[in-house]
Design a protein. Sequence first.
Length: 134
Amino acid sequence: ILIGQEEAGAANLDLALSRLRQARQVPALAEACMSRARAFLGREDPAVAFKPVLRWLEKEPALLIRMEYLQAAVRHAVQQGQRDRATAYLLACRELLGEVRNQLSEADRETLRVHPWNLFVRRGLNRAASPNAR
């Protein structure tokens, strides 16, 4: 979505989502939902962006997409000034990272320590625990 072209970009995304839904391409649809959530950077509730795949996410072990949903939920909660909600989503992110970690080799676990997901969660939880956090 181009700056200043958000309405047209949103319409294009909606059209792409609709076509992917019709084609029953759920993994591709999930990727498009992630793109939509990233494009709106916390301005849109991720329940809207991920609506076409939320039930699928409950059934499938789609850890990447689930993590993207949770991180979008954190950003949206922060944007809305909902600190407790953001913290709850951060804790869910941390739990999901634990699931991911348990499936990795020792070398990959070390790599996960510096992965952007892990840094996002650690920084977010550190800010939430700060007495000066709003």
